[in-house]
Design a protein around this ligand. Structure first.
Ligand code: FAD
Length: 289
């Protein structure tokens, strides 16, 4: 099923969750537990990350195919294009097609960290959007958005212009995580001024692991709330869950009150915080199963 049809069929804001393909047996068990626990929520879709340059190609593919077949919601495959040839990506898209996966999050990925030129046939995510579109209308294409601007963007105007162009070719946008709702609303206003009304779901990252979130924020150009991280780190174990959930709920509520069409939750393959958030937000608890 297309994630757009699924989003439209859901009453109220659409909740989605991002997973990553685990590397270890322990990680595998943790993911399985999260998938099981999240069955109590009426999710719009889940998405599975893809290691840049194809480092998780088979693990991403296998997990997406499995979840698409076994769960009541559609699975969306992240796919990055930098470092890949067209033939490699067409082969993967044809494989997804044969296995019933028709929702793709089309991403550029990152060029080599050492500054050397990227190999392959692609530079920007919009080229991957075009490639997926050429595979047929049965694919739904989502793309990434950066409310605080993409770190490689030289200025706000060009960032927003390229984002508006990419979104206009796509069905849905999903944002990088951020901690100030005004960054999201400003991006939506900028896009609207550029004539782009493709829905963009905000990404919400609970502060469960401040060290990991700080590292990811530095990579993605997101402002990191040191005060919240300090509070989580200073708390005794038994208080931590509530602090993390309350902060994520406050941000989510502001986003929903301001008109965000859904929430894309970064749970890092764990469900406990997400379930508490959904309960406090009083969302999505009517499982279709
Ligand atoms: P693009 O849209 O191509 O943008 C990259 C930069 O190029 C921006 O500065 C943009 O303004 C600029 N640009 C775009 N088009 C043009 C043009 N025509 N001319 C000049 N400049 C242009 N990474 C992974 O490796 N795996 C994942 O699974 C993954 N999942 C993600 C999920 C989400 C929701 C988000 C927000 C990011 C994800 N990323 C992932 C990170 C992403 O790959 C990086 O942020 C990457 O650096 C840029 O990807 P993009 O798709 O935003 O690129």
């Amino acid at each position: 099923m297309s994630v757009i049809e699924r989003i439209e069929a859901i009453e109220g804001p659409a909740l989605s969750v991002e997973f990553f393909p685990p590397k270890t047996d322990k990680g595998e068990q943790q993911l399985r537990r999260a998938v099981e626990q999240l069955r109590s929520i009426d999710l719009a879709f889940i998405s599975v990350t893809y290691g840049a340059g194809g480092s998780t190609r088979d693990r991403t593919r296998d997990l997406v195919v499995e979840l698409e077949a076994s769960e009541s919601y559609p699975a969306m495959a992240h796919l990055t294009c930098i470092g890949h040839t067209k033939d490699e990506l067409v082969e993967l898209l044809e494989d997804y097609d044969r296995n019933g996966v028709h929702n793709i999050l089309a991403l550029a990925g990152d060029p080599p960290a050492d500054g050397s030129p990227a190999s392959g046939d692609f530079t920007y995510a919009s080229e991957l959007v075009e490639l997926v579109r050429r595979q047929g209308d049965h694919f739904t294409v989502a793309v990434a958005a950066h409310p605080e601007l993409h770190p490689r963007s030289p200025d706000r105007a060009s960032d927003r212009r390229h984002l508006a162009e990419k979104l206009s070719m796509s069905d849905l946008g999903v944002t990088q995580f951020f901690f100030d709702a005004d960054d999201y609303f400003r991006m939506v206003d900028d896009l609207s001024e550029l004539g782009c009304d493709t829905p963009v779901h905000p990404g919400v990252m609970p502060m469960t692991n401040p060290t990991g979130v700080r590292r990811m924020a530095a990579m993605s150009g997101a402002t990191f709330p040191e005060d919240l991280a300090d509070k989580v780190e200073a708390a005794v174990e038994s208080d931590r869950h509530a602090i993390v959930v309350d902060a994520a709920v406050a941000l989510s509520q502001r986003l929903l009150d301001g008109g965000a069409p859904g929430l894309h939750l970064y749970g890092l393959n764990r469900a406990e915080v997400l379930l508490s958030m959904v309960e406090q937000l009083e969302l999505g608890l009517d499982s279709p199963a």
